[in-house]
Design a protein around this ligand. Sequence first.
Ligand SMILES: [Zn+2]
Length: 299
Amino acid sequence: MSLAIVHHPAFDAQFDAAHRFPMSKFTRLAQILVEDGLADGGFFQPIPAPEHWLELAHAPAYVEAVLTQRVDRATEKAIGFAVDDRVAMRSRCATGGTVLAARLALERGIACNTAGGSHHAAREGGAGFSVFNDVAVAASVMLADGEVGRVLVFDCDVHQGDGTARIFADDRRVFTLSIHGERNYPHPKAVSDLDLGLPDKTGDEDYLAVLPELLATAFDRAHPDIVFYNAGVDPHVDDRLGRLSLTDTGLAERDRRVIGFFRDRDVPVAGVIGGGYSRDIEALSRRHSILHRVAAAFA
Ligand SMILES: [Zn+2]
């Protein structure tokens, strides 16, 4: 079976090319997946997340503020961009995309979004380029609907998944794990169920060496019915924000080991692309496509 890939044209809110958030990567990533034959059956297109989904992980007042474009200045500053109608729609679609990827993963074993991983958004508001926490919303929707009983969030973005950790701090059904650059944003860090902060310039070998024990520990403690895998590519050596030094080969091996571990144990995996920051949109989009290439081998 081919890999189920979720995409929506609205993922790209069409920022100016000079904006420090590389918005056009979502469009280019989808093109690359088509060009390289990874999306031959077409994309699965999500619905924009409805309000009642968003309110499972976010305060109703914040959801309302985003949907009516009345987010306060301080929160917009924490997010890093203004929340206009296009940004609101992209955030709803990306969140709907992660819900859809999760449902497809339950049916097929694995599925990937071409967005998602907005893990800095907390219950009360967004931060760090994250408006809605798509993984937290998707996990909450699946739990509320009884589609799953236990969830593992396995977050390999270079930045700690602080919003996700905070949203689920008191929820024993969701186990949050974050492997990140210790000196990267955010400061201070939140407390996940399992955190590993790595030193600057950690390379492929040392990074991959820590995975087996973390995977085994997370699996034993979480007993997950589904894994949300944040495959952020910002641990890459060329990333503008990340402080780690992984190569493309290292990222691919990371993805293979994480996905392989859970698929070997028959746990469904929903992949989200997470962060990646480069002015070279072509190189960045190709780097994000590593997730889909690796995942396709498990579909
Ligand atoms: Zn990141």
